[in-house]
Design a protein around this ligand. Structure first.
Ligand code: F6R
Length: 601
């Protein structure tokens, strides 16, 4: 979604703003812009120079005059109010052209504010909700920008992270409500951004703003108030390096992140299972009296939750419900003794944040599973389990999904009362995961070949059973989002209840065949499918010779305890999606219309 950056310091802001915006491209955007407070000659009034356009930052940069100024802001827009156009791109100015604003979030009462401001004589140049903020501030501004911003924000209904500046002033006023905003702390310079990826090149130290915070940021100082009171926010070290947020020689971030999975799994396990003792040490505590778990999440995180449902059910015999976060608002079941977990790699997905807030309002204890330190979900949930994937830049989630699974397996194992032998076997299974996943990655050439065969088709079905049905869902999601092939996942037994009508020679089926109690029924489903003409590609473990006779192609995976099969099957399906998209020439890291962190309802 939209990304915002700001700079106040001793250097020319323009190159810093452009580089920072490029670091936020992964969030997804359709237009971009920068505004710089220009150090005018003494005899002329200070001005703000705004440049904005539709399309990529690099393209805007080509036509950008060199503008000098030590304070500025930039924005990548993902359209919500109004079409994709230069006029609707941010920054937006007030009538005088002296106040500039960039904004992430949604202002729900913008139409009534706009009508009122128009009656007062304000002229609007865009269709956006953001522009009303600039005009409202203009109404209240008489020399004290912080005060004017506070008064304007008090009139807004909705969510925002904003940066505001006035021509000629050496500071930015920034504020947040339910949209992420951080301040990167430098030496005689400070940086503002919607996430840490934008500031990693310049500083390793950040302040995470809280909801309701308004900060005045200059090169020399940062002062923060909340509700009119001065507050201190702890300065924190960013646990990610610049290198982790770069492609490191890979053609795409997604491919790099797929290959980083053995390390990401190892890092997430580290500290939780000792390498010598079969020990799990989690900081997460289960309250006495809790009788069930409800997990809320979106997209890929929801698929992780669905796998978690099986694993927790199997190991802990604890009832688990899983809800798509955006549906949780419409959910009205008893939750008196329910522990609510929210899974969100970014920690900023609005639907998931709102679901956790609702759970808290209902009095449920809450746990967040996230990859991003300091993200909003870590402030809302009472307990946090951090996955340790490092930054994920590709829009399609891969390594964060893998570590969400690790988190869910660890939680399930820690709450289970297991026989010691079983427990040790599971710990061993976890320890072996990085090397087993590496073995799948080593077969990348063969999987790429299957992807080439899949690439001409317009529709693909994915089928699985039990634990691997959500894996099939994740495989279908990966394929559709990056290759633009329509892909659907079904529990294999369900195909004959309708989808069979669509099967034929032009609808290949990817079937997950794991050697557990689902294997025989899966073969039955495959035979029924083959009788109707589709090509079937099976994911099957090494040593399963029977499968060859029933299918057209086999992707081989190392043998593991079937409970851990989702890890290996998912990696194979990620690679299948990646190479299919590559064959089709798709923009893999930035799929059309998608955003990395979905901060709007
Ligand atoms: C798909 C994908 C999305 C996210 C979803 C939730 O590859 O990345 O479906 O999984 O938007 O995002 P988080 O986990 O950040 O809440």
């Amino acid at each position: 979604m939209c990304g915002i950056v700001g700079y106040a310091g001793y250097r020319d802001s323009q190159p810093i703003l452009l580089e920072s915006l490029k670091r936020l491209e992964y969030r997804g955007y359709d237009s971009c812009g920068v505004a710089i407070s220009v150090n005018s000659a003494l005899e002329t009034a200070p001005t703000i120079e705004v440049h904005k356009d539709v399309g990529r930052v690099v393209d805007m940069e080509k036509n950008l005059p060199c503008v000098h100024g030590r304070v500025g802001m930039g924005h990548t827009r993902w359209a919500t109010h109004g079409e994709v156009s230069p006029a609707n791109a941010h920054p937006h100015l007030d009538c005088s052209g002296r106040i500039a604003v960039v904004h992430n979030g949604v202002i729900e009462n913008f139409q009534s504010l706009r009508d009122e401001l128009s009656r007062e004589g304000h002229h609007f140049s865009s269709e956006t909700d953001t522009e009303v903020i600039a005009h409202l501030i203009e109404n209240y501004y008489s020399g004290d920008l912080e005060r004017a911003v506070a008064r304007a924000l008090a009139e807004l209904v909705g969510t925002y992270a904003v940066i505001v500046m006035v021509a000629g002033h050496e500071e930015l006023v920034v504020a947040r409500r339910e949209s992420p905003l951080i301040i990167g702390v430098g030496d005689k310079e400070n940086f503002v951004a919607s996430d840490v990826a934008a500031v990693l090149d310049y500083t390793g130290s950040v302040v995470y703003l809280e909801d309701g915070d308004i900060a005045v940021v200059s090169g020399e100082s940062i002062t923060i108030t909340n509700n009119g009171d001065r507050v201190q926010r702890e300065r924190q070290v960013i646990p990610w390096s610049v290198e982790e947020a770069q492609k490191g020689g890979y053609e795409h971030f997604m491919l790099k992140e797929i290959h980083e999975q053995p390390k990401a799994i190892e890092n997430t396990l580290k500290g939780h299972i000792s390498l010598i003792e079969p020990l799990i040490a989690l900081d997460v505590v289960k309250d006495e009296g809790l009788e069930d778990v409800l997990i809320v999440a979106c997209g890929t995180s929801w698929h992780a939750a669905l796998i978690g449902e099986y694993v927790i059910g199997k190991l802990c015999h604890l009832p688990v419900r899983v809800k798509v976060a955006s549906e949780f608002n419409h959910y009205d079941m008893a939750m008196d003794k329910t522990w609510v977990w929210g899974i969100s790699q970014s920690g900023e997905t609005l639907d998931t944040l709102q679901a956790i807030k609702k759970a808290r309002a209902l009095g449920c204890p809450t746990l967040a599973i996230t990859n991003v330190p300091g993200s909003s979900i870590t402030r809302i949930a009472e307990q946090v389990f951090y996955t340790r994937s490092g930054p994920e830049i590709g829009v399609a989630a891969t390594k964060t999904f893998m570590t969400q699974l690790v988190a869910l397996y660890l939680l399930a194992m820690s709450f289970a009362s297991l026989d010691m032998m079983v427990y040790e076997g599971l710990i061993e299974g976890l320890r072996l995961l990085p090397s087993k996943v590496q073995q799948v990655l080593d077969e990348v050439g063969k999987i790429a070949q299957h992807a080439r065969e899949l690439s001409p088709y317009a529709n693909v079905f994915f089928i699985g059973r039990g634990l691997n049905y959500p894996v099939a869902m994740e495989g279908a999601l990966k394929l559709k989002e990056i290759s633009y092939i329509h892909a659907e996942a079904y529990p294999a037994g369900e195909l004959k209840h309708g989808p069979f009508a669509l099967l034929g020679r032009t609808t290949p089926v990817v079937a997950i065949t794991t050697k557990d109690d689902t294997y025989e029924p899966m073969l039955t489903s495959i035979k029924e499918i083959k009788a109707r003409g589709p090509q079937v590609i099976a994911l099957a473990e090494e040593g399963d010779e029977d499968i060859e006779q029933f299918v057209d192609a086999v992707i081989r995976l190392p043998q593991v305890d079937p409970l851990f099969s989702p890890f290996l099957n998912s990696v194979a399906l990620q690679l299948l999606a990646y190479y299919t998209a590559k064959e089709r020439g798709c923009p893999i890291d930035l799929p059309a219309n998608l955003a990395k962190s979905v901060t709007v309802p």
